[in-house]
Design a protein around this ligand. Structure first.
Ligand code: FES
Length: 179
């Protein structure tokens, strides 16, 4: 994970936010795509995974690498609700599916229960930075509604009780499953 104290993965320049590693990973993609513009989305994912968000300065730097305007990159970023821009998300993003199958089986009530318990709204992050709670459209596992995605792990047939247990786990296990 990139941070100010990471000396082995030095930043490209003073004030820049893309690390050498991120720049390298993005450049490595050039040969795999028909043009640089096509690298926009994977580049955003690389930066988002490292920084847990894509600040405006990163948009400018990605645009330089891809020989695009910052507006081009920002357009792609803002099209997808997945990318955070204002500040990093918590160690684990918990996505609660709100599409029809999950909603009919109580996902909205469970999400509300979690919001009440945490004292926050969807999209917000706990004070200890452990969890960002999000709502998602269909996670592709409707047979097991209601579903949550916590980091990269799918949780099926959720109930209030299992959601509470998941939250307890994520808020006490540190970096176990950060995405
Ligand atoms: S509706 Fe929730 S996984 Fe499809």
């Amino acid at each position: 994970m990139a941070n100010e104290n990471n000396t082995s993965d030095s930043q490209v320049d003073v004030g820049r936010v893309l690390t050498d590693s991120m720049v390298r990973q993005i450049r490595d993609l050039f040969v795999r795509y028909p043009n640089r513009q096509a690298v926009t989305l994977p580049a955003l994912h690389i930066v988002h995974e490292e920084l847990r968000h894509v600040p405006l300065q990163a948009v400018v730097e990605i645009a330089e690498l891809l020989e695009l305007t910052p507006a081009d990159v920002q357009d792609a970023l803002s099209f997808y609700g997945f990318f955070k821009q204002d500040k990093p998300h918590g160690r684990t993003r918990v996505w609660v599916c709100r599409s029809i199958s999950c909603a009919l089986r109580g996902s909205e009530e469970i999400a509300q229960h979690l919001c009440d318990r945490l004292g926050m709204q969807p999209g917000e992050t706990t004070a200890d930075n452990s969890v960002t709670l999000e709502v998602a459209e269909c996670l592709g596992a409707c047979d097991f509604a209601p579903c949550f995605l916590a980091g990269s792990r799918l949780h099926r047939n959720m109930t209030r009780e299992s959601a509470d247990r998941l939250l307890d786990e994520l808020t006490t296990d540190g970096d176990r499953d950060s995405v």
